[in-house]
Design a binder for this molecule. Structure first.
Ligand code: MRU
Length: 355
């Protein structure tokens, strides 16, 4: 396998052969080490999602699908009512790990539907169907990412300078990624891009994961601090911004990693197209606007201590650490999905995807 394929086809979330565990790459250890973790219990799976060992909206959804199957399998009863009640408890627990990325609740609800709709078939058969559904979720994600990569690539030209924020590559999905997908696909076809990766404070997904994936695939990548984005845009080095998404509201307002909305505002100022790329599973029409999206708040320690040898601020200092922000739909030039490229007015173009 060449390096490019090693990156785009990485199995970062999979099920153990006997179906009793979810196996993930611990993304908090990258790029220094590629450690695999075996998740067997509800607590293992919850912690892996909460601590961002597995992260990125689609990858979280895939992990939740496999995870709830593994937990369902461990329920020792043949009685449907008891089984469903335990299933719901696991579902609620896993769903509480992170609130913003809709793929978590989406995948869990999809799995729950299998349980509800096949009640008459009995627990043993339901378990079989749950396994198939979890595998479908991953398979569909692979196909969606590939299609998003094709549509995204149609918006770019050979030699373009690209700015990206956070990590929306293969590690955040199943294959190729969403925002990074067009770059890998273009590389496969002999195109060259010059990518500027925001380091993405405070958890450094851009530095630890995006620059690592692109570099390993042989794509020209330059790491910058988040506050350097304006300068590289002003220098004329950026022809397009590509970002992923954690939840897209019906009007196109998009929640993505904290700092994304700032990039969009800068892009507007410099007249650079700003594209959001994500599967339709990340679109949540039940949220009318971005104001309906719950934003995850995380520990101050991630800002003050996490990646430092010693604390970088006094213990008592107040700290505000939202994990996501919402980019206003007016700043977004297109939302690229596996079903096509949506343009404003998004209330119409996004709704049309579901008809
Ligand atoms: O907190 P994270 O690392 O899970 O945040 C991830 C992002 O914001 C990604 O851009 C998003 O999930 C899209 S991944 C294809």
């Amino acid at each position: 396998m060449n390096n490019l394929k090693q990156v785009t086809h990485i199995d970062n979330v999979k099920m153990s052969e006997d179906g009793t565990a979810v196996i993930i790459i611990d993304q908090t250890k990258l790029p220094a080490k590629t450690d695999y973790l075996t998740l067997r219990t509800a607590r293992d799976i919850y912690d892996a999602i909460f601590e961002l060992k597995v992260r990125g909206a689609p990858a979280i959804g895939i992990c939740a699908g496999f995870g709830i199957y593994v937990l369902a399998k461990s329920i020792e009863t043949g009685n449907y009512e008891d089984f469903y009640s335990r299933f719901r408890q696991y579902q609620e627990y896993l769903n509480s790990a992170r609130p913003t990325a809709v793929n978590l609740s989406w995948a869990l609800r999809r799995m729950e539907q299998v349980v509800v709709k096949n009640r008459e078939l009995g627990v043993e058969k339901i378990l079989e169907l749950l396994e198939q559904e979890a595998l479908h979720i991953r398979q569909e994600d692979m196909e969606m990412c590939r299609a998003i990569s094709e549509y995204g690539l149609s918006l770019l030209k050979d030699g373009d300078g690209i700015l990206t924020h956070c990590n929306a590559g293969p590690l955040a999905t199943s294959r190729y990624g969403t925002a990074l997908g067009p770059l890998f696909l273009g590389k496969e076809r002999g195109m060259e891009f010059h990518v500027f990766a925001d380091e993405t404070r405070p958890l450094l997904q851009g530095a630890r994961l995006t620059s690592y994936e692109l570099y390993k695939a042989g794509i020209d990548v330059t790491l910058i601090c988040d506050n350097m984005a304006s300068l590289v845009m002003k220098n004329g080095w950026i022809q397009a911004c590509l970002v992923g998404c954690d939840r897209v509201a019906a009007n196109g307002d998009t929640a993505n990693k904290i700092g994304t909305s700032g990039v969009a505002i800068l892009a507007k100022h410099y007249g650079i197209p700003f594209y959001v790329l994500g599967p339709t599973s990340t679109i949540d029409l039940s949220c009318k606007t971005g104001a309906d999206i719950e934003i995850e708040l995380r520990s101050p320690d991630e800002i003050k201590k996490k990646f430092y040898e010693q604390p970088m601020a006094p213990e008592e200092v107040k700290c505000y650490n939202p994990a996501f922000d919402v980019t206003d739909h007016t700043l977004i030039d297109a939302i690229v999905t596996e079903k096509g490229i949506c343009r404003a007015p998004y209330t119409e173009s996004l709704a049309a995807l579901f008809h």
